[in-house]
Design a protein around this ligand. Structure first.
Ligand code: SF4
Length: 275
């Protein structure tokens, strides 16, 4: 088992690979204890990943393989740094007074925040003990595994719904759509605050019917405070090249302002609070 590493500040756009070569495969992970986990990096002053100013912790491990993923170096645990919950909380503690005064908190993203479920839960619980607002960003694919203990330390879910059409979702992510929709419905049922995020990829997710399907699904959900349209960008393209992965979007342009507005207006027309 890898030694504990140094939890490094950095950016989601840093390339990090091969830092824990003997880490388990993310598909086989048994995260019963969750005292240790694998992390990519953390950022200290995000204004986009929840209310106020956030520390965002990017964990390793994801079971999806989105064709446009900006961070393929977060897919595998073996590419991350092995750290303890205590290391994470010790670091978080130094930012806690500033985060509280800026109405912010901690957001755990990835990769996928639920792959290392108990590790994530322990960090969220520690953040709550510091009086911080907590959030995760997730695809919801592992939502069926979430229990009430996990939800009790979570203030907000940033839920990525990548498509409303099962075939498109499969093409984009390699996985099934149904678990994400089930998780969204469960959050709505218990009134857990959520922001739905939709990545707008020209030629892949921009079909009006695809957008309409998400809008109609989300609009009745009173717990969804925002629908955020996130334009595709090329900032992660270099990682695909560096990791020798086949990148299908080398020729895809970011959406025009016109297309982005069309999609935002589609969500608004359905009754969503979209931006
Ligand atoms: S869910 Fe996120 S981290 Fe995982 S493959 Fe998709 S975009 Fe990448």
């Amino acid at each position: 088992m890898s030694q504990l590493g140094h939890l490094e500040a950095g950016s989601r756009h840093d390339l990090r690979v091969g830092l824990s070569p003997d880490a388990p495969d993310e598909e086989d992970l048994r995260d019963d204890e969750g005292v240790f986990g694998y992390a990519h990096s953390y950022e200290t002053s995000s204004r986009y990943d929840g209310p106020g100013v956030r520390v965002v912790l990017f964990l390793s491990g994801c079971l999806l393989r989105c064709t446009y993923c900006h961070n393929p170096d977060t897919w595998h645990l073996k590419d991350g740094t092995r750290v303890s919950v205590q290391q994470v909380l010790d670091r978080l503690k130094s930012f806690a007074p500033a985060l509280r005064s800026l109405d912010g908190g901690l957001t755990i993203s990835g990769g996928e925040a639920m792959v290392q479920m108990e590790f994530t839960r322990r960090i969220l619980a520690g953040a709550k003990d510091m009086g911080l607002h907590t959030a995760i960003e997730t695809s919801g694919f592992l939502g069926d595994k979430v229990d009430d203990r996990f939800l009790s330390v979570l203030d907000l879910v940033l839920l990525d719904i990548k498509s409303s059409d099962p075939a498109t979702y499969k093409k984009v992510t390699g996985r099934e759509l149904a678990p994400t929709l089930r998780f969204a419905e469960r959050l709505a049922k218990i009134g857990k605050p959520a922001w739905v995020r939709f990545t707008l990829v020209p030629g892949q997710t921009d079909d009006p019917a695809n957008v309409e399907g998400i809008a109609r699904f989300v609009a009745p959900m009173k717990n969804v405070q925002w629908v955020e349209v996130q334009p595709f960008h090329q900032l992660g393209a270099f990682k695909w090249k560096a990791m020798n992965l086949e990148y299908k979007h080398a020729d895809t342009w970011p959406p025009s302002a016109f297309l982005t507005n069309r999609v935002i207006e589609q969500f608004r027309a359905a009754g969503c609070n979209a931006r």
